[in-house]
Each structure stands twice: as C-alpha cells, then as structure tokens.
Design a protein around this ligand. Structure first.
Ligand code: NAD
Length: 243
C-alpha cells in the first residue's frame, strides 16, 4: 500500500468515527500480538507450532488431557508477563469519549477490560477463570496450573474458554448480533475471520465496515481496509482526533 493511500485511509476512518452515531469494534487475536501474545494463524502464531484444533478442542480435553493442559498452562503463563498495549487504551478512551459504543471480542485474554473498556462482549470466554470439566464447580487458576483435580468430583480442570467443538454463549452472541446490526460503523481489528460464527458477524452490519489487519485478503467486502499493526493504526487515528 502506498503511503498516501494509508494517510487517506487513516483520515477516512477518523471522519467515519466522528460522524457515526453508533460504532462497534470487533477484535481478534491480532489485537494482542503487539502485547506479546501469539495469535493462531500468523506466520509466527501458535497455529504454526501446534495445531490449536488438536489441543484447544473438546476431544483433547476428554482424551488427551496432558496436551490440553500443557497448551493452556503455557498460554496462561505467557499472559501473566504481558499487558494491554497503547491500542487497547485508545479503544477504552474512545468508549469514555462516546466515540465507540461496544467491543465484541474473540480474545480470551481480558485485555479490553484491563485497559479500561467496560462494554465488552466476550464470545470465546476468558482464560482467567477455571471450572471443573465434569461438574462445572469453580476452581482457582493456581489449582489448574498445579494440575490439581476438582475438589468435589475429581474431574479435570479447564479454563472458561470456548473450545473448538463447543457452542458460543448464546446470550452474548445474540447481543453481539444486535450491536452489529445497530451499528453505523463496525471496525474489525486483528482477526482472520476464519472462525465461525464470528466470521459472518461483520457482514450483518448495515453500516460501514472497516478492516484493520496486517494482512488484507485480495477480495473482501469491507468499505475500507487498513493494512498494518493494530496498535500503530489506532495510534495514528487517535493522533488526528481533536478531543
Ligand atoms: P487468528 O490467529 O485466526 O487471526 C489473527 C489475524 O490477526 C491474522 O489475520 C493476522 O494477520 C492478524 N494480525 C496479527 N497480528 C496483528 C497486528 N499486530 N495487527 C493487525 N493484525 C494482526 O485469530 P482470530 O481470528 O482471533 O481467531 C482465532 C481464535 O483465536 C479465536 O477463537 C480466539 O479465541 C483465539 N485466540 C485468542 C488469543 C487471545 O486471547 N489473545 C490468542 C490466540 C488465539
């Protein structure tokens, strides 16, 4: 992308953001890579080293717990050393300024809330809390990391994330659909849009659709594509907003 095209794109997003009466942001794993959390499908994402379909799934939980446990233990330990980057803080500030109305996220890292965003719909749950995979009793993060069993039924412990093969929380999904359909502007950030049903969500919007990602597919249905790092692009847009 030539520089002037990007400059025009940044200004266009600023104008659309300021002109929109209802703006919804949809984020994916690419929103957190600048914080040091690998995504699933980039060239250096988790996907390349280990197939998440084989470990972040119901079958692994049931039949290959050791692999399941090691995968999530490594993700939780990595997360403990990371924090939300500037782009997250900008989104939180935009919410407090009334520029965006809600955030829908596929991320399980909790960074939007940590950065100060309040209206966040988490479609894939959270990695910060733990439950028993059999009786659903809550357990501590430390119990999971120590590979303890459920104190009530001795079942395996698991994070409260949505695994491949599980359905999304239907009430959160319903709200997300309503938010998207109501939006005059939808900003999609750092997702390959390959995981159903979130992949379909942006296209339910009647309003404008913007895609911010470090890779842009040749043909897509967005009104504006901004190729680059999420945190950098959000910073560039924020810098030309006059509060
Ligand atoms: P994905 O890995 O399929 O896609 C990430 C996209 O972000 C890719 O297109 C990549 O090119 C782009 N990207 C990477 N770094 C970027 C950056 N700095 N700026 C802009 N774009 C960047 O992830 P997904 O679409 O979110 O879906 C896969 C699943 O991954 C979800 O179910 C989610 O729960 C899970 N996941 C979550 C986390 C997290 O919570 N941080 C991390 C890894 C995976």
């Amino acid at each position: 992308m030539k520089d002037y095209e990007k400059v025009d794109g940044i200004a266009t997003l600023r104008d659309w953001l300021l002109g929109s009466n209802y703006t919804v942001v949809l984020t994916g794993a690419g929103m957190s890579t600048e914080s040091g959390i690998p995504d699933f499908r980039s060239s250096n994402g988790l996907w390349k080293r280990k197939d998440p379909m084989e470990v972040a799934c119901v079958d692994a939980l049931l039949y290959d717990y050791e692999n399941f446990y090691q995968f999530y233990k490594a993700r939780i330990e990595n997360l403990m050393g990371c924090k939300p980057h500037r782009g997250y803080k900008i989104l939180a500030q935009w919410e407090s300024e009334g520029l965006i109305n809600s955030i829908i996220t596929q991320n399980v890292d909790g960074f939007h809330e940590m950065a100060g965003s309040t209206k966040v719909y988490k479609l894939h749950g959270t990695i910060h809390t733990i439950r028993c995979s059999q009786c659903s009793s809550p357990a501590s993060l430390n119990s999971f990391l120590q590979k303890e069993y459920c104190k009530k039924c001795e079942g395996h412990l698991r994070p409260n994330v949505v695994l491949f093969g599980e359905t999304l929380p239907q009430d959160e999904l319903q709200i997300a659909i309503e938010e998207i359909e109501r939006a005059e502007l939808v900003i999609v950030i750092g997702t390959s849009l390959m995981v159903y049903p979130v992949s379909q969500l942006p296209f339910r919007a009647n309003g404008r659709k913007v895609y911010i990602n470090k890779e842009i597919p040749d043909h897509n249905l967005f009104d504006l594509n901004l190729k680059g790092m999420a945190g950098e692009i959000l910073k560039e847009v924020d810098q030309i907003i006059e509060y």
